[in-house]
Write a protein that binds this ligand. Structure first.
Ligand code: SF4
Length: 354
């Protein structure tokens, strides 16, 4: 039989995860109740009013059932812990009493295991309910967005099936002309690139405001100097389906980062500046990478973690656009990371989102 200590530890883990889950459900119930209340007070006659109300009602109903299941599971796990502790005590008592009543710890251990099993089954039901709640909400969002979006989709939009089995549009957007081409023709793109590059002299490219001269390769928090660092570039199929389409997103992964997120999934390229310095490339080479990805059929150029290289990136876009780049540009960054770009003189900001 498994030692009570292991089962106590297992029950403790279940208690922790179940109480976290319960907390989330309660928060969600509160936020949905507020939405429901607002909807009722608004007296709206909007197109989706009834549908939205029905969806919220259904969600609240399911969330209530989930919270009851979680509460019951939590109680069961607490009981299991209590019984397993009693089993440990019983083992000690039996050892002292010369093995009389040896069946007692076996019986309490089995009772505790039954509690643990019952609690786990409750969690299985709760997980199924959570899944159906998510599906119902996704279906609602899909129905409503479809009705709105259809009116604005370009006529040449082609839809593909994404991993959720949903149709998503892609080619219509890909065929519309990127705004950086208009800026290029007007001479505005070059002006914006120069304005961004000026930030490198006393670096205020990101909110860290290091004030180091990156044009002289002075290094500060992001360990990045004058030239861009590209860890790798490739057609990528692991992004969101609307980006990858059928021929992949043209990913360009920049090396280093201005943040130190402890959960960074790109740690190998974001926090290893001594290795990344070997991946320094010229602006021209970065432009060539974009053109290469375009020639390989990618749907877009998808820059990953570009914040600390915003000026270098826009310089390379300028060069590539002059040499025939026509793909839309996608930036993968957290919104907060680009807040420094608001210091770019007015009228110079949009090039970051070309
Ligand atoms: S981009 Fe780098 S050097 Fe510039 S302010 Fe941010 S962290 Fe500092």
């Amino acid at each position: 039989m498994i030692t009570p200590a292991v089962l106590i530890s297992a029950s403790g883990t279940m208690i922790l995860s179940t109480s976290t889950r319960l907390g989330r459900v309660v928060d969600r119930v509160r936020s949905l109740s507020d939405r429901f209340q607002q909807l009722a007070d608004s007296g709206s006659t909007a197109e989706f009013f009834e549908e939205q109300r029905a969806m919220l009602y259904d969600q609240l109903d399911k969330l209530t059932s989930r919270s009851r299941l979680l509460q019951r599971a939590l109680t069961t796990f607490y009981l299991a812990v209590g019984v397993f502790v009693a089993t440990s005590v019983a083992i000690g008592v039996v050892a002292f009493s010369g093995a009389r009543g040896a069946w007692i710890p076996v019986a309490t251990g089995l009772i505790g295991a039954c509690f643990l099993f019952y609690g786990s089954m409750l969690l299985v039901f709760e997980a199924r309910l959570a899944l159906s709640t998510t599906h119902a909400e996704m279906d609602f969002i899909w129905r409503t967005t479809k009705r709105f979006a259809r009116r604005n989709w370009p006529s040449n939009t082609r839809r593909i099936t994404c991993t959720l089995g949903r149709k998503v549009m892609i080619d219509g957007l890909a065929r519309s002309e990127p705004s950086y081409l208009r800026l290029l023709q007007a001479g505005e793109l070059r002006r914006r690139v120069e304005a961004l590059e000026a930030l490198l002299e006393r670096c205020t490219v990101c909110p860290r405001d290091c004030l180091n001269n990156r044009l002289n390769d002075e290094i500060a928090a992001c360990y990045s100097g004058r030239l861009p660092i590209v860890s790798s570039y490739t057609p990528h199929f692991g992004e969101e389906p609307p980006l990858t389409g059928t021929r992949g997103a043209g990913n360009i992964f920049f090396g280093n980062c201005n943040l130190r997120c402890v959960y960074c999934q790109n740690y190998q390229i974001s926090q290893t500046h001594k290795e990344q310095i070997r991946n320094e490339v010229t602006h021209e080479r970065l432009a060539e990478m974009m053109l290469e990805l375009q020639a390989r059929g990618c749907h877009n150029i998808n820059f990953v973690s570009p914040t600390h290289f915003a000026p270098q990136m826009t310089r390379a876009i300028l060069i590539a656009a002059e040499r025939g780049l026509r793909l839309p540009i996608v930036l993968q960054h957290q919104r907060v990371r680009f807040s420094r770009s608001t210091k770019v003189p007015r009228g110079h900001r949009r090039c970051l989102l070309a």
